[in-house]
Design a protein around this ligand. Structure first.
Ligand SMILES: [Fe+2]
Length: 313
């Protein structure tokens, strides 16, 4: 399946779609599993809260403060509401059990700790059961702006606040169920593109203008600015079939951002069974990450400035 994450993005890792886990990611997973710690059959571990150092807490605090200040007026209201409702700690790495008390009450979701990227089907199984697997460990201070693997800040700050939103929460569960089915149908590459362009790099239209909701943007200082302010990337109205054909970037900021009108639109689009859709889309050519296609609802046609020449995934 694609993509195989052999190349780091410039700024922030995004998802669990690592494809065949690379040696580096396997190594990181081993590192994330502390000696003597039990790895359960679902790849989760007990969050080792006692292992966080003062440096880990300081790194969390620095990232949290920087992003919280940056996101005001950039991120969708639902994200900010989620952050407030969860009462997510700003001064230290959150204790997942504490987060889960509020999250479970709100939407029945919970965060579970994992040592690193888990196999795709394990990941889908968790989502299908309203569990979000989050790396427990924090990036090192020298990785504050650059990191290959998703760490606790990306996974928790980036992904968890929207799980408070009932519609988005349902979308994520449906996505997990769809992932299990797509794996059986050999269509994970197409479904991965949907995750990438929505859960990780999605924008949403609001009366106040475009806002961010994707976790890969939310947890990245550079892309929080670029995705909304830069003239370089395309911004195109959400279209499920189109997205499922669109390759993407793992080594640079995105060339195209897709814009939803609402979380209801997203959930409704993914309600149908994709079993018959996959072969239809498979018969069509894929689209490049920066292409504009016939029928696109173009909100902004990118200037393409600074786009890399390397291949899209
Ligand atoms: Fe992610």
């Amino acid at each position: 399946m694609t993509p195989s994450a052999t190349t780091p993005r410039a700024d922030q890792p995004a998802g669990n779609f690592a494809g065949t886990l690379t040696a580096k990611l396997k190594e990181q997973f081993e590192e994330g599993l502390l000696s003597g710690q039990e790895l359960r059959s679902d790849f989760t571990i007990a969050q080792p809260v006692h292992r966080y150092t003062d440096t880990d807490h300081a790194t969390w605090r620095k990232l949290y403060d920087r992003q919280a200040a940056m996101l005001e007026g950039r991120v969708c209201d639902e994200f900010l509401q989620g952050l407030a409702t969860l009462g997510m700690a700003r001064d230290r790495v959150p204790d997942f059990d504490q987060l889960n008390e509020m999250l479970m009450r709100a939407t029945g979701w919970q965060v579970v700790a994992v040592p690193g990227l888990v196999p795709d089907e394990v990941f889908f199984e968790h989502l299908a059961n309203r569990r979000f697997p989050a790396s427990w460990w924090m990036r090192k201070p020298e990785q504050i702006d650059y990191l290959q693997e998703p760490d606790c800040f990306h996974d928790v700050f980036g992904h968890v606040p929207l799980l408070i939103n009932p519609v988005f929460a349902d979308y994520m569960e449906a996505y997990g169920k769809g992932g299990l089915k797509a794996a059986r149908l050999g269509a994970l590459d197409m479904l991965a593109r949907l995750y990438w362009y929505t859960v990780e790099f999605g924008l949403i239209r609001t009366p106040q203008g475009l806002r961010i909701f994707g976790a890969g943007i939310v947890s990245s200082q550079g892309e929080s600015i670029y995705s909304l302010d830069s003239a370089s990337p395309n911004r195109i109205g959400f279209d499920l079939r189109r997205i499922m054909r669109t390759r993407y970037r793992i080594d640079t900021f995105q060339k195209t951002y897709f814009v939803i009108d609402s979380f209801e639109q997203l959930f409704d689009a993914t309600r149908p069974d994709f079993t018959d859709l996959y072969p239809t889309l498979r018969a069509l050519p894929t689209l490049g990450a920066g292409d504009i296609a016939e029928g696109d609802r173009v909100i902004h046609a990118g200037t393409r400035e600074g786009w890399g020449d390397s291949d899209d995934i």
